[in-house]
Ligand binder design. Structure first.
Ligand SMILES: [Zn+2]
Length: 479
């Protein structure tokens, strides 16, 4: 018999036995030396009785103490009452702004069943709407596998981007802010830069008045603003509807990012630039970046879109944090990326021997770092660039299998490393001598990564505060 009764169940069991014996609260109170009002608080689960009081109650009612402490509600009606009381205390119910229902003896059991049934359904739907970190990771992994099977290439979006860029009057080189504005105008939108964009958004589009609100430029001439404006337009051009699931939300985000990159580095111009570089065996992400005026990461990611389909080069891309954790990754060249049991790579630590990590100690953030790495899956060559944000250091790597290195600048490097990962003795387990010296003597306190525990908020758009967005639009609509 489990002695796990919570106060509500305990109170319910006391009431059950009291009414079965035809006793009023006051009558039982007299028998155990308590005021009836005190007993009422105990029966309603609002006061924890002392063990001595409990013993007197069980003696007065002629039941075993263990019977009172049994964790089961005394009957099905009491079970419903307890469930309702709990549901009404749940913050989920409070969000509805409805009054709590007070259960009386006269309330039909059918009414109680109906209300409890609605509470159960409310809880079920609420938990379904929340994308847990696990669901988010699963959706993310599926998407990465899909893109790998397509060599990270989306021909439809390539076409669309080229068409829009051509229509803006753009001829060659970097896409300008002016040309991006023209693209927006052609879609019936004006770009407006504001200082009070809702915190949970990167841009807000006012469909009624044809406006795209963007944050002010943090770096004049930086490609961030053009990219954000293009992403906002992509939602319209691709006919996106409000995402029905987290997977759909991720898919839309991938598409808009792809569209923006395909506008900033249009296929025809980009492929011709890269083909020439390949022919002269001078392929380098940094040149590609500089030719189109984008960040190193944007250029590296765009290179993964085009390299396999247009240059016949399988490759990998890694964005790794200063602590070695993989933030973003892609490969279709067989590089053994670290994975967890679900197949997810984000947050996994890459091998300490890889260029993505060794570059932190080698580069000065102006030049690329080159390295050959022997892995159980063959030899790879990588070009890594490091950088820093407020959140810390990071590295961006693009690499290829040994057979493809002949097309790249930096192939003459003498930097070599051997990686045996995922074999843990490679770099994940401390070496024997050091391990035996410190085993049992070290007590590190882990830094908690907030995102590991926080579920993604459920709104109509994951992560977005709708109220904030509507208030923002309301404030600006009149301008
Ligand atoms: Zn390793």
């Amino acid at each position: 018999m489990p002695l796990t009764a919570d106060l509500m169940t305990l109170g319910s069991r006391i009431r059950h036995h009291r009414t079965e014996r035809g006793l009023t609260l006051d009558q039982l109170g007299e028998m155990v030396g308590q005021a009836g009002s005190q007993l009422s608080l105990i029966e309603n689960g609002r006061r924890e009785p002392k063990l001595s009081t409990l013993k007197e109650i069980s003696a007065a009612l002629g039941v075993e103490l263990t019977d009172l402490l049994n964790g089961e509600p005394p009957n099905s009606r009491a079970a419903l009452e307890i469930e309702l009381a709990r549901a009404q205390k749940n913050p989920l119910y409070a969000t509805l702004g409805l009054p709590p229902v007070k259960v009386t003896k006269g309330m039909p059991t059918a009414a109680l069943e109906a209300i409890v049934g609605l509470h159960r359904e409310l809880a079920r739907r609420a938990s379904q709407a929340i994308a847990t970190p696990e669901e988010a990771r699963r959706a993310n992994t599926e998407l990465r596998e899909l893109m790998r099977s397509r060599n990270n290439y989306m021909p439809d979006i390539e076409e669309l981007a080229e068409e829009r860029v051509r229509a803006s009057g753009h001829v060659s080189g970097a896409l300008t802010h002016r040309e991006v504005s023209v693209m927006a105008e052609q879609l019936g939108f004006s770009l407006i830069y504001v200082n009070d964009l809702p915190h949970s958004t990167r841009s807000v589009t006012d469909l009624e008045n044809g406006r795209i609100y963007l944050p002010p430029a943090s770096i004049p001439g930086g490609h961030g603003l053009r990219s954000m404006a293009l992403q906002a337009m992509a939602h319209r051009l691709l006919g996106h509807e409000r995402p029905g699931s987290y997977a759909e939300f991720l898919w839309q985000r991938l598409q808009i990012n792809y569209f923006a990159a395909a506008c900033l580095m249009p296929r025809e111009a980009a492929v011709s630039f890269l083909t020439e570089a390949k022919a002269s065996r001078e392929l380098a992400v940094e040149d590609f970046r500089d030719a189109f005026g984008v960040t190193h990461e944007a250029a590296a990611l765009r290179f993964t879109n085009l390299a396999t389909t247009h240059l016949d080069i399988p490759l990998h891309f890694l964005r790794v944090n200063g602590d070695g954790a993989l933030q973003k990754g892609y490969e279709n060249d067989g590089l053994p990326l670290p994975v967890d049991v679900t197949g997810s790579i984000e947050g996994q630590f890459v091998c300490k021997q890889w260029s993505a990590r060794s570059a932190f100690t080698h580069t000065n953030r102006t030049t690329e770092f080159y390295q050959y790495t022997d892995t159980p899956a063959g030899t790879f060559w990588c070009a890594t660039q490091t950088g820093a944000t407020e959140a810390g250091e990071f590295s961006i790597s693009v690499g290829v299998p040994f057979a493809q290195v002949k097309w790249f600048r930096g192939r003459e490097t003498t930097q070599r490393a051997v990686s045996r990962c995922p074999d843990e003795t490679c770099c994940r387990r401390p070496a024997g001598e050091v391990a035996s010296r410190w085993a049992g003597k070290a007590w590190p306190s882990a830094r908690l990564h907030a995102h590991v525990l926080s579920p993604l908020p459920s709104g109509t758009f994951p992560g977005v505060d709708d109220t904030e967005v509507y208030e923002f639009l309301e404030a600006h609509a009149a301008e």
